[in-house]
Write a protein that binds this ligand. Structure first.
Ligand code: FEO
Length: 172
């Protein structure tokens, strides 16, 4: 059985992951509006990953006999100045999420909740990848600068990222 304090903290993280998904979908929409379909697809897959993170936490709370009470999800920003501004914001957001995951781990250790601490190991590792992939795009965009051709090529490359699961429009 999970403590109520740990349960509530994990459910706050469900909310943070759902918000991340919403934020990245808003970024995807803005990238589409900017005519960058490849970047938009990449970000849409990122939004799917965040949903997966949220569901993983939700399932864990249920599995541990907790109560998964869902809270309201905040509305994200809807427009950014440039693709670089979008990916810089995504990178900063991932750094913030890493802090949240670290806080959860600290709580699990403090409570001697070994099951939760072992479960959170996956998220600790995932955050290293999440930060690295957002930062990699930031660096590429900085290298390209305002060069139209480089942006076009990178957009094509970004569009090759496979979705986590089929989008309804392309599925059944
Ligand atoms: Fe769920 Fe991108 O961290």
């Amino acid at each position: 059985m999970i403590s109520e304090r740990m349960q509530n903290a994990l459910m706050d993280q469900v909310n943070a992951e759902m918000y991340s998904s919403y934020l990245y979908l808003a970024m995807s929409s803005d990238l589409d509006n900017k005519g960058l379909g490849g970047f938009a697809l990449w970000m849409k897959t990122q939004a799917q990953e965040e949903l997966y993170h949220g569901m993983k936490l939700y399932d864990f709370v249920i599995e541990r006999g907790g109560r998964a009470i869902l809270k309201q999800i905040e509305g994200p920003q809807t427009e950014w100045a440039s693709p670089l501004a979008i990916f810089e914001a995504a990178y900063a957001h991932e750094q913030k999420v890493t802090g949240l995951i670290n806080n959860l781990m600290n709580m699990a250790i403090e409570e001697k909740d070994h099951a939760t601490s072992q479960f959170l190991q996956w998220f600790i590792k995932e955050q290293v990848e999440e930060e690295a992939s957002a930062d990699e795009v930031v660096q590429k965009l900085k290298l390209i600068g305002d060069g139209g051709n480089g942006l076009f090529m990178l957009d094509k490359e970004m569009g090759a990222r496979p979705p986590l699961f089929a989008f309804p429009v392309s599925g059944a």
